[in-house]
Design a protein around this ligand. Structure first.
Ligand code: C2E
Ligand code: MG
Ligand code: MG
Ligand code: MG
Length: 278
């Protein structure tokens, strides 16, 4: 679809931009088809309570079983889903599916679901969450919505109001990727979170004294608010020792489990790796 700027002269910049637009347009069309066909799926990664060593819950992570490209990770399609607005129906599906799956797990196991800013800006968000809870029968306190700092950057009234309404329903709110945004501390000041998830860039920084000091301070701050503090991306025993001494309440990472297919969860639960206390 290269534009001819005159006979035999093609404006390269335009045609590259056109090609990019064309391929993202194709991907959006493919995503719509994939939603109809049911080609999206969720994996679940255990979150481990350090006090008991048992599983406290799972984080739902979306995947796209693409007919030609194989299984695509969120970074390959979530940004485009956000740009195109498709994240709204896709996110609603994720919520509904995650709640449905989690309703089959014993109490007090929780399910954490990632939510985009665009979803939170919808007036319909509260209803979408209520619907996912009602159709699954999952108790609201077992659902945790993970939001990122970039989402709060908009500071829209709709986002604040929806967050407060959902919290008053009993739904938990987690601040994801903490420390990677622009004004992390101001968000802690403005909003109440049940959980803070420390980004894995901190978790992997135990050789850097500054990173260690910052991590300890984040944990102290979070736990003083009564929030749980989860370390993300715990890959090694060294990472684990570091976040444990820093005071994190929970951990998540390849050292324990990767994100797992839905079929693996019930056997995992039955294997007895559960956290028993609420
Ligand atoms: P996130 O919410 O911070 O999720 C954690 C990511 O870290 C996941 O990547 C997970 O597979 C990966 N991870 C877990 N343990 C380790 C580890 O020990 N080491 C390393 N290097 N990585 C680890 P994934 O599944 O590719 O998801 C990437 C991001 O995509 C998520 O980051 C989240 O922001 C977004 N995402 C995933 N599912 C959804 C969804 O349903 N909706 C929305 N809006 N975003 C989603
Ligand atoms: Mg997350
Ligand atoms: Mg994260
Ligand atoms: Mg992330």
């Amino acid at each position: 679809r290269a534009k001819a700027a005159g006979r035999n002269t093609y404006r390269l910049g335009d045609s590259e931009a056109d090609a990019a637009a064309e391929s993202s347009g194709l991907l959006v069309a493919e995503m719509k088809g994939a939603m109809k066909r049911g080609d999206f799926l969720l994996n679940y990664q255990p979150i481990i309570d350090l006090a008991t060593g048992g599983i406290a819950g799972f984080e739902a992570l979306v995947r796209w079983r693409h007919p030609c490209k194989g299984e695509l990770s969120p970074s390959a399609f979530i940004p485009l889903a956000e740009e195109s607005g498709l994240i709204v129906p896709l996110g609603a599906w994720v919520l509904k599916e995650a709640c449905r799956e989690a309703a089959a797990w014993p109490e007090p196991l929780r399910i954490a679901v990632n939510v985009s800013a665009i979803q939170f800006q919808q007036i319909s968000m509260e209803e979408t969450v209520r619907h996912a809870l009602a159709t699954s029968g999952l108790a609201p306190h077992r659902l945790e919505l993970e939001i990122t700092e970039t989402m709060l950057m908009q500071k829209s009234d709709t986002v604040c109001r929806t967050m407060e309404r959902l919290r008053s329903l009993g739904v938990r709110i987690a601040l994801d990727d903490f420390g990677t945004g622009y004004s992390s501390l101001s968000y802690l000041h403005q909003f109440s979170f049940d959980t803070i998830k420390i980004d894995r860039s901190f978790v992997a920084g135990s050789e850097n004294p500054k990173t260690v000091a910052i991590t300890r301070a984040i944990v102290a701050l979070g736990t003083s608010f009564g929030a749980r503090v989860i370390a993300e991306g715990v890959e090694t025993e060294e990472h684990l020792a570091f976040v444990r001494t820093a005071g994190c309440t929970d951990v998540q990472g390849f050292l324990f489990d990767p994100p797992l297919p839905a079929e693996a969860i019930v056997p995992l639960i039955e294997s007895g790796r559960l956290r028993l206390a609420a």
